[in-house]
Design a protein around this ligand. Structure first.
Ligand SMILES: Nc1ncnc2c1ncn2[C@@H]1O[C@H](COP(=O)(O)OP(=O)(O)OP(=O)(O)O)[C@@H](O)[C@H]1O
Ligand SMILES: [Mg+2]
Length: 419
C-alpha cells in the first residue's frame, strides 16, 4: 500500500483530528480545471440542464431564495458565543456548534427554545475554504431531497464564513461505527443507513443535470433521530459530464481510502467514482472497520485491500464481518451486500453498478418481498423530481465540505494513504 501523495500534494494538518487516517488531500493534476471562479448549477426554480450548467456569480449564489443570510452576531447569539459546550464536532473545514433559532423568523432564539440547528464555522486557515464554502451554498441552495441535509442559511461577514444546517440528532455514521459506545449499530440499521445514503447519491446521479458528490464517506453521512441518512458536505460536488463527454477532468480532490483509484490516477471524474466510494462505506458498514486505519499493520491498514478477497467467498465472509454484530445478521443478506460492495469496488469503473441498481439491491436485502415494487416507484419518483423541480421550495440545508483537499494524481494505486 503506497502513499499516493506526491510532492505537490497538500494535506491540511487540521484534518489530523480524525483518528482514521482517512485524511483529505489535494493535488493538482495536469489539465486541472480548477478555476478561480466557480462554475456551478444555477438556481432557476427548475432542475434543468440549462440551470445547472450556467455559471453563477457569488452574489447570485448568495441571493438564493432558499437560504437565509445570517449576521455573525445572530449566529454568535444562537450558539451562546460558540461556547465549547455547544460544540458538536470538528472537521477539516472547521467547528460545528449546536444552536437555536426561531422557527418562523429564523432569528437567534434563546438556547433551548425554538429550532435546533448545526452551525459550521470555517477555520480561517482552512484550505480552499471560500471556494468550497460557496460550492456548498450553491448546491445545497438548489438540491433538495430527504436524503440530503438541509442548508438553512449562511453568514459571510469579513473573514467569517459559516453555514447553518438542520440539526441531525444522531450525528455522523462515522461516530456510530467507529467510536466505542455501548450500542453498536444493529444489522437492520446498517442496511437502513446504506439505503438512505444510496437514495441521496442516486438522486444526484439521476438528476437531469447530473451531480457528482466526490466526498462520500462515513463522516459525511449524517443521521436523524430514526437513523435516516442524509448526505452532507457538498463543497467538492461537481457537475457531471454533459453532451458526448464521458467524464469531467478536474483537480483530484477527496479523501484517501474512499476515492476511486482511476480518479486518483487520472483526474477523470465520473459518477462511478462515487459508486466506488459507496462500496468503501458499505464495506465499513459490514466490517466495522475504517477505510484507512493507521493503527493496523500491513495490508489491514487499507480496508479495501484487506477485505476484497473475502467478499465473494461465502465461506470466508464471516472473517471480515464486524465482530460487534456478534453474528446477529442474516447470512444470505450479508453475502448479497458483500457481493454488491465487491462490484462497487471494481477497478474497472464500467463494471460498477449505477447507484439506482445499488439502491434496488439494498432494498431487496431489506425487504425481499416488496423491494422490487418500491424500488421502481422510488426510481420513477426520483426521475420525476429531478426533471420537474429538484429545488426545494421551502427553506433548506446546506453543507460544507471542510476544506476539501485535492488528492494527488497517481498511478494505479488503489490505496492512497495521506500520511
Ligand atoms: N447538521 C449536523 N447536525 C449534527 N451534527 C453535525 C452536523 N454537521 C456536522 N455535525 C457533527 O460535526 C462533526 C464534524 O463535521 P464536519 O463535516 O465538519 O467534519 P467531518 O465530516 O467529520 O470531516 P471532513 O472535514 O473530512 O468533512 C460531524 O462528525 C458530526 O458529528
Ligand atoms: Mg463532513
Amino acid at each position: 500500500m503506497g502513499n499516493c501523495l506526491d510532492s505537490s500534494a497538500r494535506v491540511d494538518a487540521t484534518l489530523s483530528s480524525h483518528t482514521s487516517g482517512a485524511s483529505r488531500v489535494a493535488s493538482k493534476i495536469s489539465n486541472s480545471s480548477a478555476h478561480s471562479s466557480l462554475t456551478i448549477p444555477s438556481c432557476n426554480g427548475k432542475y434543468s440542464t440549462d440551470g445547472l450548467t450556467t455559471p453563477r456569480s457569488e452574489s447570485e449564489i448568495l441571493s438564493s431564495p432558499h437560504v437565509k443570510p445570517f449576521s455573525f452576531t445572530e449566529l454568535k447569539n444562537a450558539t451562546r458565543n460558540f461556547r465549547s459546550d455547544s460544540l458538536l464536532g470538528e472537521g477539516g473545514f472547521g467547528y460545528v456548534f449546536k444552536g437555536w433559532i426561531d422557527e418562523c423568523t429564523l432569528t437567534a432564539a434563546k438556547p433551548g427554545s425554538g429550532m435546533v440547528v448545526a452551525v459550521k464555522k470555517l477555520k480561517r486557515e482552512a484550505f480552499q475554504g471560500h471556494k468550497e464554502w460557496l460550492t456548498e451554498v450553491n448546491y445545497l441552495g438548489q438540491l433538495h431531497h430527504p436524503n440530503l441535509v438541509k442548508l438553512i442559511g449562511y453568514c459571510l461577514e469579513g473573514d467569517n464564513r459559516l453555514l447553518v444546517y438542520e440539526f441531525m440528532p444522531k450525528g455522523s455514521l462515522e461516530n456510530h461505527l467507529f467510536r466505542r459506545g455501548p450500542q453498536p449499530l444493529p444489522w437492520a440499521t446498517r442496511i437502513k443507513v446504506s439505503i438512505g445514503a444510496a437514495r441521496g447519491l442516486s438522486f444526484l446521479h439521476d438528476a437531469e443535470e447530473q451531480v457528482i458528490y466526490r466526498d462520500f464517506k462515513a463522516s459525511n453521512i449524517l443521521l436523524d433521530a430514526e437513523f435516516n441518512a442524509k448526505l452532507s458536505d457538498f463543497g467538492l460536488a461537481k457537475a457531471g459530464p454533459t453532451g458526448d463527454k464521458t467524464h469531467v477532468s478536474t483537480q483530484v480532490m477527496g479523501t484517501h481510502g474512499y476515492a476511486a483509484p482511476e480518479y486518483v490516477a487520472t483526474g477523470r471524474l465520473t459518477a462511478k467514482s462515487d459508486v466506488y466510494s459507496f462500496g468503501v462505506v458499505l464495506l465499513e458498514l459490514l466490517s466495522g472497520r475504517r477505510a484507512v486505519d493507521k493503527g493496523k499493520i500491513g495490508i489491514e491498514q487499507n480496508l479495501v485491500d484487506w477485505a476484497k478477497p473475502y467478499l465473494s467467498d461465502k465461506r470466508k465472509l464471516f472473517r471480515i464481518m464486524d465482530s460487534k454484530l456478534e453474528g446477529q445478521y442474516p447470512q444470505k443478506a450479508a453475502y448479497t451486500a458483500a457481493t454488491l460492495a465487491f462490484q462497487c469496488l471494481s477497478s474497472e469503473p464500467k463494471a460498477r453498478p449505477r447507484m439506482a441498481e445499488v439502491l434496488a439491491t439494498l432494498e431487496q436485502i431489506q425487504d425481499p418481498k416488496n423491494s422490487e415494487k418500491h424500488s421502481q416507484l422510488e426510481h420513477q419518483t426520483n426521475l420525476r423530481t429531478a426533471h420537474k423541480s429538484p429545488l426545494r421550495h421551502h427553506r433548506s440545508p446546506l453543507h460544507l465540505t471542510p476544506s476539501a483537499f485535492p488528492l494527488p494524481a497517481h498511478h494505479q494505486s488503489q490505496t492512497c494513504t495521506a500520511r
